[in-house]
Design a binder for this molecule. Structure first.
Ligand code: S3P
Length: 426
């Protein structure tokens, strides 16, 4: 599907976003291995999070889906059933990496793979710690799908993670539920802590000390009723679009504001964006609030180290904002961008250049000078949801029409994106 984006000088109105992708995955998995039913409200409508639910169903879990209300009939830590087929993680790195931790602790063998994009993404990062815990895992070329995971009674480990990845941390913590003793994951850069919050909420014995997290194996989880906040990474597209518009007043209600995700807001506001946070509340330990964003001059900024990890999913749309900012933006220490759904350094640069924007790239980042003007052009999603949405946002401020090819990729995390964008442009 191609989507045509025409320039929009103003954006106005209120939107509520689908549930956070990261939190939905975790609740979907943990509720399946908890005891008793869980009811999850505002579960993500994105295809990725439904890949997680499909996998849990394949593993014998009954799930009722009533719009965004999901009821999962948890069967306890040892209630999953062997699936004779190949579990399908679709496009979802979170599904395959986090679920592998659970599969490693089962008394059966599982096979799991996904689409072409997932087949290019590295899995050695989870295979290594899981092998240390005693699971036997094989993969194509030692790191790529399909994975064959022979579950085992696992040993607790103390693991220093060499990559800043919440998926890796979560995989080990989920495996730790099945280990004999206390499993510890140590990070050098603190990544999103949704797993820690969710595990605590479902009743796991978990301790967080700074960047180290420990979980005690063998403790049963209990089903819960939880509401998932709107996805701040999806809100990012509207925060940037509104900041770039000539006139904008957009209210985004019920957005997740977890401090390990909200560096985005600090970065935007620090650079001059006009964003007001209202009505902060908490659900299941996750902070939620409303964001009122108005157009503003954005100065640009510099991203490296911890900030690169904290903004990793938002960097494509921040690159778009940077092009029209006063001073542009430099991103370093973000080589992880190269192993996302696409090589996002390459795909951002390709689309920027098609739209007449100057950008230089490095192995671990890019530099976008400021004060540039997008020209309407044909751009590609490359099958990557965040690339599709980032360049739809670029199209709003372009001269002339922009066509986003394979724009349906957005539905991996945000199927409602184009409709909500149309709603805001009135
Ligand atoms: C996620 C962690 C990040 C992020 C992804 C979701 C998660 O990936 O890019 O969209 O839910 O834990 P990494 O763990 O690979 O950094």
């Amino acid at each position: 599907m191609d989507v045509s984006i025409t320039p929009a000088s103003s954006l106005n109105g209120a939107v509520r976003l689908p549930g956070d992708k990261s939190i939905s995955h975790r609740y979907g998995m943990l509720s399946a291995i908890a005891e008793g039913p869980s009811t999850l409200h505002n579960y993500s409508t994105g295809a990725d999070c439904h890949s997680t639910l499909n996998c849990m169903e394949s593993l014998g879990i009954a799930i009722e889906r009533d719009g965004t209300d999901i009821i999962v009939q948890g069967q306890g830590l040892h209630g999953l059933k062997e699936f004779a087929g190949i579990l399908d993680a679709g496009n979802s790195g979170s599904t395959i990496r986090m679920l592998s931790g659970i599969l490693a602790g089962q008394q059966f063998t599982s096979r799991i793979e996904g689409d072409e994009s997932l087949a290019r993404r590295p899995m050695a990062r989870i295979m290594k710690p899981l092998a240390e815990m005693g699971a036997v895992i094989s993969a194509r070329d030692s790191s790529y799908t399909p994975l064959v995971i022979q579950g085992r009674k696992l040993k607790a480990i103390d693991y220093t993670s060499p990559v800043a990845s919440a998926q890796v941390k979560s995989c080990i913590l989920f495996a730790g539920l099945y280990a004999d003793g206390v499993t510890t994951v140590r990070e050098s850069i603190k990544t999103r802590d949704h797993s820690e919050i969710a595990l605590e909420g479902f009743g796991a014995e978990i301790k967080v000390i700074g960047k180290n997290v420990s979980i005690t194996g063998g403790k049963p989880l209990t089903g819960r009723e939880l509401t998932i906040p709107g996805d701040l990474s999806s809100a990012a597209f509207f925060l940037v679009a509104a900041t770039m518009a000539k006139q904008a007043r957009v209210l985004i209600t019920g957005v997740g504001l977890n401090p390990t995700r909200s560096a985005l807001l600090d970065f935007l506001v620090g650079g001059g964006a006009n964003i007001k946070i209202q009505d902060i509340r908490s659900d299941g330990g996750e902070l939620t609030g409303d964001l009122l964003v108005q157009n503003a001059k954005f100065q640009g900024g510099f991203v490296d180290r911890d900030l690169a990890a904290a903004l990793i999913d938002e960097l494509p749309v921040l690159a778009v904002l940077a092009a029209t900012s006063e001073n542009g933006m430099t991103v370093r220490d973000a080589a992880e961008l190269r192993v996302k759904e696409t090589d996002r350094i390459a795909t951002v640069a390709e689309n920027m250049r098609r739209m007449g924007i100057e950008i230089s790239t490095f192995e671990d980042g890019f530099h976008v000078p400021g004060k540039q003007q997008f020209q309407g052009a044909e751009v590609e999603s490359f099958g990557d949801h965040r690339i599709a949405m980032a360049f739809a946002v670029a199209g709003l401020s372009a001269t002339g029409q922009t066509i986003v090819k394979e724009a349906e990729a957005a539905s991996v995390s945000f199927p409602e994106f184009y409709n909500l964008l149309n709603h805001l442009r009135g």
